[in-house]
Design a protein around this ligand. Structure first.
Ligand code: M6R
Length: 364
């Protein structure tokens, strides 16, 4: 049931504050400000590496997870798309753990990677949305996303709930490994608890984003740029736009601009820059200047401080609230989903059932 929404995707975008809140509450105790007990088949303090494997949007969630595990827990993460992971014969250790991320819990390549790691004697965690799925059954621990059923082929709420689970796990791992103090853990948990409220605020930018989408629907190519966790988010923005609007889009690490994609810049290819005012904001401003100098049109997604410090003319600036670093990827996912959604609506495509795509890819 779509309720009063035009598409499931629209409904699912709007469900995010609630679903993120449910998911977070499963893993952290907001009152005590610490992680809830979780029966893990391994000890974060005793493993040397974590392997993560997934496909599509779930893979991009895993990539953001890598930044978190390495930052907060100093735990090295190997991550691949599952179709590569299962065949690249990487060295695996039975002392380590592996996480598989999947909305459906049935994706063929991800499941094959899971079985491959199980055979290698690793401990298996499945971050899945469907609790009765094959991956859930074949894992040592199920780490559920509580997104509720996701019907739209384009993944939205499953993605932000996957991010929510990964963020709480990274904090938990940091606490177990002693790389964050109890005080830092409490701060991070409190910051995570603010995600639903900020997500709600961002949903109110709908009118601005819809107007921008009307513009965007006139173009044939779009480039997304971001640094740090906004790099995977740039790829997610591009994936979302191409899959439902059929506009060609690519996501790049902003620092890679000079290594190739800058050759494409002209007034016909808008550049969407995802850049909150963080440690490396100034670096991204230089990239925007390079784009502007070549006649490129910039759509900047930033926060209030970023908008005040971006010394470059933009086609549009979407200003999000200033949010804590740890929840930034969760909050910045929303405007890119909304932009893809409205662009597809203007293009008149079948938003919930885009051509050639299946919700769950159960064959290789
Ligand atoms: O069910 P899964 O999470 O394993 O699915 C993985 C991908 O097929 C999926 O995320 C796909 O990329 C989405 N259509 C993206 O919106």
């Amino acid at each position: 049931d779509k309720g009063n929404r035009r598409h499931f995707m629209e409904k699912e975008i709007h469900e995010q504050p609630e679903m993120i809140s449910h998911t977070l509450a499963h893993y952290v105790d907001f009152v005590g400000g610490v992680s809830k007990p979780l029966d893990l088949p391994f000890d974060f303090a005793k493993i040397d590496r974590l392997a993560i494997s997934a496909c599509g949007t779930a893979y991009l969630a895993g990539l953001i997870g890598k930044y978190w595990f390495e930052r907060y827990a100093r735990l090295p993460v190997d991550i691949d798309v599952a179709s590569e992971f299962r065949y690249r014969e990487m060295p695996l250790s039975n002392k380590d753990a592996a996480f598989f991320i999947s909305q459906s819990g049935e994706t063929a390549d991800t499941l094959a990677s899971l079985r491959y790691c199980r055979k290698a004697g690793m401990k298996i965690g499945a971050i899945v949305n469907v609790r009765e799925s094959t991956m859930a059954r074949e894992s040592d621990v199920v780490l559920p996303t509580l997104a509720g059923p996701e019907i739209g082929v384009a993944s939205t709420k499953a993605f932000t709930c996957q991010l929510s689970v990964l963020a709480t796990l990274a904090v938990r791992a940091g606490a177990a490994r002693g790389t964050i103090s109890l005080e830092q853990e409490k701060t991070l948990v409190r910051e995570l608890s603010e995600a639903p409220r900020f997500a709600n605020q961002v949903l109110k930018l709908e009118d601005q984003i819809e107007k921008l989408a009307r513009e965007l629907s006139r173009y044939k190519h779009v480039l997304y740029l971001g640094r740090d966790t906004n790099f995977p988010l740039a790829m997610e923005g591009a994936l979302k736009l191409k899959e439902i609007s059929y506009i060609h889009a690519e996501g790049y690490a902003a620092g890679e601009l000079k290594h190739g994609p800058i050759a494409l810049i002209d007034e016909n290819m808008p550049v969407i820059v995802i850049a909150p005012h963080d440690r490396i904001f100034e670096k991204t401003v230089s990239n925007m200047q390079e784009v502007a100098a070549r006649g490129g049109k910039i759509i900047l997604i930033t926060d209030q401080r970023g908008a005040a410090h971006a010394t470059v003319e933009t086609m549009e600036t979407i200003v999000l609230p200033d949010v804590p670093e740890i929840i930034s990827p969760i909050i910045y996912a929303l405007p890119i989903q909304m932009l893809a959604y409205f662009t597809a609506v203007f293009m008149g495509t079948d938003v919930d059932q885009p051509r050639n795509l299946a919700k769950s890819v159960t064959v290789e």
